[in-house]
Every structure is written in C-alpha cells, then in structure tokens.
Design a protein around this ligand. Structure first.
Ligand SMILES: C[S@@+](CC[C@H](N)C(=O)[O-])C[C@H]1O[C@@H](n2cnc3c(N)ncnc32)[C@H](O)[C@@H]1O
Length: 251
C-alpha cells in the first residue's frame, strides 16, 4: 500500500498539474449543463475550475485518499457549483452507470497498475460517444529523478512497483479492449524547472519521491532529498506526460 498524501502541502504548491488540468478541460466541448467526472480529483483544483464552466451541470469528484478527501471537503465551501464527492478506488466499479457526459483525470492514472480494469470502469460511467480526457506520467517519465535517487540512496526506487508509466501502444490497446476508442494518445516531454532548491526539495518530498523516502527516519529523508535535488540538472524534473483523448464506443 502506498503512503497517503501530504494534502495540505500539496494544495499550496505551484503545480504543473494546474496547466495539465487546464489543457485537459480545454479538450471538453461544454455547453454548461453536463455531468463531468474528475477521476483521482486530489484536492479538487480541476473540479473547481470545471464547475465554473458548468453553471447548470455537475462535477463528480472521485478520490480514494483520505487526506486528499479531507482537504477537498474543506475547500468545497469556498467554491460555487454542484459537486458530488465519491470516496472510491478507481479499480472498483464506482457506480454512476452511463451517467457522465465526460471524464477528466490529471496526474492520477500512473498510480494505478491495472489500466484495463481502470478503463473498463471509466467506460461504464460514460454515456455513448462521450469523452475521456486524461493526463498522466507516461513511458520514461522522471527517468532522471529515478536514476539520481538510486545513486544517492544506493537502493532501488521500486519504480515499477510504485508507478505504471504506460507506453502509447499499451494505452491504446487497453482503451480499445475496454470499449473506449483512442482518438489521440501521445507522449509529450514537459520538463519542470523549479525556481530554487527549496521548491525542488518540497516538490520531491511531497510528490515525486514520497513513497521512496517514507521508509527512512526524517533526518535521512532530508539528506536524501537534498542530495537528489543537488544532482538534478537545472533544478528540473524530467516529466514525460501521456495525453489521452478517447471516446466511449456507442453500443
Ligand atoms: C498527483 S495527485 C493528482 C490530483 C489532482 N488530479 C491534481 O491534478 O492535482 C494523484 C491523485 O490520484 C489519486 N489516486 C491514485 N490512485 C487512485 C485510485 N486507484 N483510485 C482513486 N484515486 C486514486 C491519489 O489519491 C491522488 O489524489
């Protein structure tokens, strides 16, 4: 089981996720009355942005992390819109059969190993011909960070156990097998340059290496993060995103 998120720190970070979310939402052709699911909604940033475009619609936020859900629920009261929060693992059917006009997901799918089951569960909530637009880490994502961590810690980063950085071919095959037609599935290099060393360290600790460092005492965690940050060229994280646009096949 992965460690839970430091959702308070997460929600204060200047994240590239914001941009990934904006791009995903931009691919939805919205009239304003749709029901859209945000899968792995985290603290709800994209859901809140989506709600502004859905004055007569609804956002369904699906999330399994207790910590993320607590922060999301705290922030709900500050955002106008119609929301439904579902505490669920995306790997189990989460209800809502054929009820959504679209689904987005930002930076969540690479935390899930079984993409075929994931995509089948998503196909089940979508109405016919409705879109799934997703962003997640793809093949070769953060290879440099992983290599630096392994060099510094002299241990494996257990990358394959922790993440599923899918290739385009695997994603297409899984989408098709789940009844989703892949309209566009591409890998995009999107390196993130942090402003300073403090920001890079917070980013590594809170997001990228959170599961690797959990096994260490806090003094060692700090040292490892500092050394990895020192080694990374240009204070950068070598993100490679898998961008998915797919449509539920009509029955
Ligand atoms: C990096 S965060 C992204 C959160 C949000 N989408 C954003 O862009 O800020 C990944 C999120 O996916 C959620 N997640 C990962 N695996 C999940 C699963 N199997 N079921 C539900 N949520 C999951 C995590 O709990 C976490 O909140």
């Amino acid at each position: 089981m992965l460690n839970d998120w430091d959702s308070k720190t997460y929600s204060t970070l200047e994240l590239p996720h914001l941009n990934w979310g904006k791009k995903a939402i931009g691919h939805l052709d919205l009239a304003g009355n749709e029901t859209i699911a945000d899968l792995g909604a985290g603290t709800g940033r994209d859901s809140f942005a989506l709600a502004k475009l859905l004055p007569k619609g609804k956002v369904i936020m699906v999330e399994r992390s207790r910590a993320m859900l607590a922060t999301l629920r705290e922030q709900l009261k500050d955002h106008p819109g119609t929301f439904e929060v579902i505490e669920a693992d995306l790997l189990s059917p989460f209800g809502l059969p054929n009820s959504c006009d679209g689904a987005i997901s930002v930076a969540a799918f690479h935390w899930i190993h079984d993409h075929l089951t994931l995509f089948k569960n998503i196909a089940a909530i979508l109405k016919d011909d409705c879109p799934l637009v997703a962003d997640c880490g793809g093949e070769t994502n953060i290879a440099q960070v992983i290599a630096c961590y392994e060099e510094v810690s002299k241990t494996s980063a257990d990358a394959k156990e922790i993440w599923n950085f899918s290739s385009v071919a695997d994603a297409k095959e899984n989408l098709q097998a789940a009844g989703l037609s892949p309209e566009s599935v591409v890998l995009e290099e999107d390196p993130l340059y942090l402003k300073n060393k403090d920001e890079l360290e917070t980013f590594l600790r809170t997001i990228v290496l959170k599961d690797q460092i959990a096994k260490y005492e806090s003094i060692d965690q700090k040292k490892i993060i500092q050394e990895v940050a020192e080694k990374l060229p240009n204070k950068s994280i070598d993100y490679v995103r898998l961008k998915i646009i797919a449509k539920k096949l009509g029955s």
